[in-house]
Design a protein. Structure first.
Length: 205
């Protein structure tokens, strides 16, 4: 793709680095921004800078937040003793959209995947186990995707806290095996949360 401007080329190349965006889409977006008022483009650029420099992670659940505690953890109306274990922020957003869960979350930041060099030490598992040890949890809901990596992560956590007498459940398999949580429709996901089953049952499948 030939460019008449080095500045245009640089902008297109940077935008094309975003996931799911090729060079043609990047060019269309950049040309659109070029036609906008300067202040609109400046606002977009500043919002992205602020995102990188000012964003925080909740000290309780590791969710993305503007403050030390995210809005979910800071909400006194939510049940802090029921914790839904998810992979990332996208899963929190998907479950929140169902309006069927009133507990807290714990974001692992990924799944155990030895092939990609991701082990328990690279994930937010230790802080989850610490919550259980400090008797801050009545129920853990495993809501990782139904993949080999998701099941491996669930089982690892299960073995770490097996000695503690808390309720362990997993979302019902209304979510197809191999599906990522963020792509499930809200009705199916909501029912999976409401009709969760004891985690031990999933080990028998």
């Amino acid at each position: 793709m030939e460019f008449s401007s080095k500045l245009l080329q640089q902008a297109v190349e940077e935008v094309a680095l975003l996931p799911g965006i090729g060079k043609r889409t990047a060019l269309r977006l950049v040309l659109h921004l070029l036609q906008q008022p300067v202040d609109r483009t400046t606002d977009l650029a500043q919002a992205l800078v602020n995102l990188k420099t000012e964003i925080k992670h909740c000290r309780n659940c590791h969710n993305i937040s503007d403050n030390d505690l995210c809005e979910i953890c800071a909400n006194p109306k939510r049940n802090s003793r029921v914790i839904c274990v998810v992979e990332d922020i996208r899963d929190v957003m998907a479950i929140e959209n169902t309006q069927q869960f009133n507990g807290h979350y714990h974001i692992l930041g990924g799944k155990i995947n030895p092939m990609e060099g991701v082990g328990p030490a690279q994930l937010n598992i230790a802080s989850l186990i610490q919550k259980v040890r400090e008797d801050k949890v009545d129920e853990l809901i495993f809501a990782l995707s139904s993949t080999m990596e998701g099941d491996t992560t669930n089982f690892y956590i299960y073995k770490q806290i097996d000695a503690f007498k808390i309720k362990l459940s997993t979302i019902a398999r209304g979510i197809s095996v191999g599906d990522e949580l963020e792509f499930a429709d809200e009705i199916t996901l909501g029912r999976s949360i409401l009709h969760r089953v004891p985690f031990e049952n999933s080990l028998k499948n």
